[in-house]
Design a protein around this ligand. Structure first.
Ligand code: UD1
Length: 428
């Protein structure tokens, strides 16, 4: 059912919120279950999100028995797997491509229709395919689907032209049963990759160098059943930190790994708002303080995360002065800008750079979420804005935030979800 969020803005958010398990860590760990044979993987702290359900359905289609028990997922993998992934599921989510590496490693073949995902650029998977080819896979594109096969994968040295998160994960999983050692150079260093590597190590894989940019995977024959924990979601944590800041409130975000949110914390601190840090929690206190515009550039980890750029851009719309926000990871991740401008923001877009001149107030408007984090940014803007904001396209937000409305309400946000007859709508 299509739905919209009505936000009656202008109220400070105050209170505590606990971070969910990381979507982007859970997705590859669930895909890694495909490496098991006649065994079970238990994954704990899995968030209840649309993207996770899509990955679970995808694995079911391949023959895996998937059970959810609250926030745990139990994946029982049969001896034999189907290797053809259905277009209907793959086209829903780009992260579906993460089954390619493990399927190829386990079954020697895989068919994957080219994946879909958020509307934030062309997002090819050429680096995934280049890496798998280097490992010895033959890859053909047939009617828009990747057909990959390999009698045997062989360890090799793979240099990634860009430290792609998905390509690093796919190649790491494909290399698990390859003969000899695989070295991935210019590998991504995101915490979600470390979570996947830790899961693979618990399954019996030999992996070193994760987090350094050069990953070594030593091929093995057999993997064990195990239990894996998903790390806290650093992007959800950052989103709630901005929620406190943008509404001039005081919000404590619990269950965070501080080292994972360094860049976001540094930029929030630079605005002049107060930040209190405890062992696993951060409190953002933006009451009675000036908030000045700060500039940033998105970069692969440990740089400022592209997944926090829309939310931070929303925050900058009401900061004092000018901030220059440069997006270097995705080429067209600025679809939220036109919507923020409808709300009274003063933003000039120059190529991959947004120049934001702070205004004193945003005004409620009807806006549309075009992707997951853009959607979050519009909700944050709506919470800060005068009067009522309607955010359409909530389906995008549900892909990444569990109980978003409930969590916002628990902090005092006035948000309401209603069915949306989008066709009959004046704007949409
Ligand atoms: C992952 C995250 C996503 C985040 C992104 C960057 C998951 C499920 N999603 O996405 O939330 O925004 O990291 O932190 O973990 N690229 C290529 N060719 C490739 C692969 C990537 O050109 O084969 C480009 C992409 O188009 C993009 C950039 O590299 O411009 C980064 O993409 P990548 O790091 O692969 O992101 P994802 O793994 O898709």
């Amino acid at each position: 059912m299509r739905s919209k969020m009505i936000i009656r803005g202008g109220k400070s958010l105050n209170g505590e919120v606990t971070t969910q398990g990381a979507k982007n860590a859970a997705l590859p760990v669930i895909a890694a279950a495909l490496l098991l044979k006649g065994k079970t993987l238990k994954v704990k702290h899995v968030p209840k999100l649309e993207d996770i359900y899509t990955m679970a359905d995808l694995l079911r289609q391949l023959g895996v028995e998937v059970r959810h028990v609250d926030h745990s997922m139990v994946l029982s993998v049969p001896e034999d797997l189907c290797w053809e992934t259905p277009k209907a599921l793959v086209s829903k989510m780009r992260a579906s491509s993460l089954v390619l590496g493990p399927l190829l490693a386990r079954m020697g073949k895989a068919i994957l229709p080219l994946p879909g995902g958020c509307a934030i650029g062309s997002r090819p998977i050429d680096l995934h395919l280049k890496g798998l080819t280097k490992l010895g896979a033959e890859i053909d594109l047939v009617h828009g689907a990747v057909h990959a096969q390999a009698k045997e994968l062989k360890g090799t040295r793979i240099y990634l032209d860009f430290p792609s998160v998905g390509a690093t994960e796919n190649i790491m999983m494909a290399a698990v049963f390859a003969k000899g050692e695989t070295i991935i150079e210019n590998a991504a260093r995101e915490p979600e990759i470390t979570n996947l590597a830790d899961a693979l190590k618990l399954m019996g894989c030999k992996i070193e160098g994760v987090g350094t940019g050069i990953i070594h995977v030593e091929g093995t024959d057999n993997l064990n059943e195990t239990e894996v924990e998903i790390i806290p979601d650093r992007i959800e944590a950052g989103t709630f930190m901005v929620a406190g800041a943008i509404t001039r409130g005081k919000v404590k975000v619990k269950n965070v790994m501080l080292e994972h949110i360094d860049a976001t914390l540094a930029k929030l601190e630079e605005t002049g708002i107060n930040i209190e840090i405890e062992q696993n929690a951060v409190t953002v206190d933006a009451r009675d303080c000036k908030m000045k515009g700060v500039s940033l550039k998105t970069l692969p980890y440990p740089g400022f995360p592209t997944d926090m750029q829309p939310q931070f851009t929303a925050l900058m719309t009401i900061a004092e002065g000018t901030s220059v926000i440069k997006e270097t990871v995705f080429e067209s991740r600025f679809l939220h800008i036109s919507e923020l401008k409808c709300m009274g923001a003063n933003i000039e877009l120059q190529g991959n750079t947004a120049i934001v001149n702070g205004v004193s107030k945003l005004k409620g408007a009807e806006v549309r979420a075009t992707d997951l984090r853009a959607g979050a940014a519009l909700v944050l803007a709506g919470l800060a804005a005068e009067d009522e904001t309607t955010v359409y396209g909530l389906g995008h937000i549900r892909r990444g935030y569990e109980n978003f409305e409930d969590k916002l309400r628990s902090l005092g946000g006035e948000v309401e979800e209603l069915p949306s007859e989008e066709n009959g709508d004046s704007k949409w």
